[in-house]
Design a protein around this ligand. Structure first.
Ligand SMILES: [Zn+2]
Length: 195
């Protein structure tokens, strides 16, 4: 039985690296994978998943109206060798798309591995992550650390001086926001970095 996996983390934990390594492991054994990356704007087409240590792979960039179930079904009809679906930036999926992903697993019997952030800069859950946390068969944390050495679970938006930003849009399209992964205590205290 195929399963739905949700790998969640704070910023800069290396989840894209984990995704690309998983895809590579399938490819190395002669199995094909499908890679998707939801977009917050209306971009659509061929994009790229890039990890901080230099690995890259092509991915379908999908918008909010995209039916991922239909697309995977069509791709699998063309290529019987597709064995796994991987989704980066899964926090940007909407509820309908997470429902579609459940159907890929349950009706097409293809495992789906989703990778995303749990919460935004105001500590609110992202829509995609909310439903993935609720419905995934397996939930796995990709860990990273705060400046204090504790596990980082929060994503602090900071300005150019490193001060915490508390107000604004959940996602600033085209913005150059900086984020720092921190533990919950330092997030609430607004301390981004060790002084
Ligand atoms: Zn801390």
């Amino acid at each position: 039985m195929a399963k739905l996996y949700f790998y969640y983390s704070a910023m800069n934990a290396g989840k894209s690296t984990v995704l690309l390594q998983s895809s590579y492991n399938y490819n190395e054994r002669g199995m094909d994978t499908l890679l998707y990356c939801p977009s917050i704007d209306d971009r659509y087409g061929v994009g790229q998943i890039t990890s901080r240590i230099g690995l890259t792979a092509k991915a379908h960039v999908i918008d909010q109206k995209f039916d991922i179930f239909e697309d995977v079904q069509q791709e699998c009809a063309k290529n019987k060798n597709i064995t796994c679906v991987l989704v980066d930036e899964a926090q940007f999926l909407n509820r309908a798309q997470v429902e579609q992903i459940c159907r890929i697993v349950d009706e097409l019997n293809i495992p789906v591995l989703c990778y995303g952030l749990r919460t935004d800069f105001q500590a609110n859950p992202f829509e995609g992550s909310l439903y993935l946390l609720a419905w995934a068969d397996n939930i796995v944390e990709v860990k990273t650390v705060c400046h204090c050495g504790k596990k980082a679970s929060m994503n602090m938006r900071v300005d150019s001086k490193g001060n915490k930003v508390s107000h604004g849009e959940q996602i600033q399209i085209g913005g150059n926001d900086l984020y720092v992964a921190t533990c919950r205590k330092h997030f609430n205290q607004g301390i981004a970095n060790a002084k």
